[in-house]
Design a protein around this ligand. Structure first.
Ligand code: ACO
Length: 431
């Protein structure tokens, strides 16, 4: 008999092997298949890693069936109501909310690293003015590795912490520079007396000619957007950062890989796609036509901002984002915005539709974040760059966790080969 925490794999003739089962603090148990190949000569097959836990992690917990998201045990709803983004960064990096002193020191460290090396500004000049900000972000964040490589020892906790601080501090500066470059306007330096979100809005919207004061409601909305995007356990971009980092690569280069992955429309690019979709639909009379396209398997169109790999219930972040959306539109007196009305109508019709209902397709965080960012005056092509700003802390927290994990090995999946068998090149003469 197998022990209660093992499982036997057998074919009709015989028991093939017994595999250990691990129990986490929450969530489903996992079958440990590390010895499977050695014992059976077989691999597992799991495209898209739907059933595969790639690591142990203590950072974020999601229950997709119940719509639960916890950062280090704290519900996202509570953090979004009571915390600021930098407190959440500290929590994700260190495992606990900061004391007032630790918070002050952390904010000081971030503030002191918001400026980028002056030499980095030269990189921008190599890009076309109409380049997508995410294309520039991939290049420029990756280029940080050229500035901080020799002195960085990834086995040193202090060096890893410094990389985390630099990335959290500099990514907003770089994101705002991407925007300024594309509009032909001068880069705005960060200002140390401003908070994280306010500083970013100023670097985005201010010019050297005018005084700029950000609306506090908008500052709070941006801070909340960053909290909601800060981490999401082993999502595609975080897994990318982990895979890149598993070889011992420079963390700035690994985060650039995460940014590249995030850019895709099925991931972080969805908030940009939602706005394009709403503009294309244009009017509520055309909603049925677009819902029919979304359901048609021969049509590549999908309802952007709907569906999620993990949430098969409402995305808890979408609820909070919808609330933020109302607050921002109230503050700006934009409640009659045609785009917002169209989004509400589309959401209602889709939620009542059998196709979306039966597949448990609900609005995800990006359905509303696009509308909020639009109201904040953020250009559509910058939406995913803002997602990257929020997610940077998650990426680097996971990278740090991976490097510190004694079980970590270079990521090297296997495959089910379906190509040609061995054959000779025409004309090859064996010697
Ligand atoms: N519109 C129409 N149909 C959809 C949608 C959609 N947005 N999403 C899923 N479906 C359908 C699929 O066609 C499939 O139908 P079938 O069972 O008849 O074949 C079924 O729902 C299950 O979908 P999967 O593709 O298995 O779902 P998966 O978990 O692989 O994909 C994903 C999740 C990529 C998010 C998908 O729902 C999607 O493309 N959504 C739109 C893009 C989007 O909003 N992405 C943001 C994700 S959140 C984030 O990254 C922060």
């Amino acid at each position: 008999m197998p022990s209660p925490n093992t499982i036997c794999l057998s074919d009709p003739q015989q028991t093939l092997c017994s595999l250990p089962i691990h129990t986490g603090s929450m969530g489903p148990e996992v079958i440990d298949v590390q010895t499977l190949y050695k014992e059976t000569g077989k691999f597992t097959y799991d495209p898209g890693f739907n059933s595969t836990a790639s690591c142990r992690s203590q950072i974020t917990f999601i229950d997709g069936e119940e719509g639960v998201l916890l950062y280090r045990g704290y519900p996202i709803e509570q953090l979004a109501e009571t915390s600021h983004f930098l407190e959440v960064c500290y929590l994700l990096l260190h495992g606990d909310l900061p004391t007032p002193e630790a918070q002050k020191a952390f904010e000081h460290d971030i503030t002191m690293h918001t400026m980028v090396h002056d030499q980095l500004t030269n990189f921008f000049k190599g890009f076309r003015r109409d380049a997508h900000p995410m294309a520039i972000m991939v290049g420029v964040v990756g280029a940080l590795s050229a500035f901080y490589h020799e002195a960085l020892d990834i086995r040193s906790k202090a060096d890893r912490e410094m990389a985390a601080i630099r990335l959290i501090a500099k990514v907003p500066t770089i994101a705002a520079m991407c925007h300024k470059y594309s509009t032909g306007m001068p880069f705005m330096y960060p200002q140390n007396q401003l908070g994280y979100a306010e500083n970013f809005l100023r670097m985005m919207h201010a010019t050297p000619c005018d005084h700029y004061a950000a609306n506090p409601v908008l500052v709070q909305a941006l801070d909340r957007i960053l909290i909601l995007h800060a981490d999401h356990e082993q999502n595609a971009s975080t897994s990318t950062v982990r895979v890149a980092g598993s070889s011992g690569a420079n963390p700035y280069a690994c985060v650039a890989a995460g940014i590249a992955c995030l850019w895709g429309a099925a991931h972080g690019g969805a908030n940009e796609s939602v706005l394009h979709m709403l503009r294309t639909i244009g009017d509520s009379s055309r909603i049925p036509e677009f819902l029919a396209k979304a359901k048609d398997k021969n049509d590549p169109f999908r309802l952007m901002g709907f569906g999620h790999r993990v949430y098969k219930n409402f995305d808890p972040r979408a609820k909070l984002m919808r609330k933020t959306c109302h607050e921002v539109l109230d503050a700006l007196d934009l409640h009659d915005s045609a785009l917002f009305k169209l989004a509400i109508e589309l959401e209602q019709i889709a939620l009542e539709d059998e196709y979306f209902n039966s597949r448990k397709l609900y609005p995800n965080v990006d359905f509303y974040s696009g509308i909020v960012l639009h109201a904040l005056g953020i250009p559509t092509n910058m939406f995913t760059a803002l997602f990257a700003m929020g997610r940077t802390v998650g990426w680097i927290a996971h990278w740090d966790e991976m490097i510190s994990d004694p079980e970590h090995r270079i990521a090297r999946p296997r495959q089910l080969y379906t190509g040609p068998g061995r054959r000779n090149v025409p004309g090859f003469q064996p010697s």
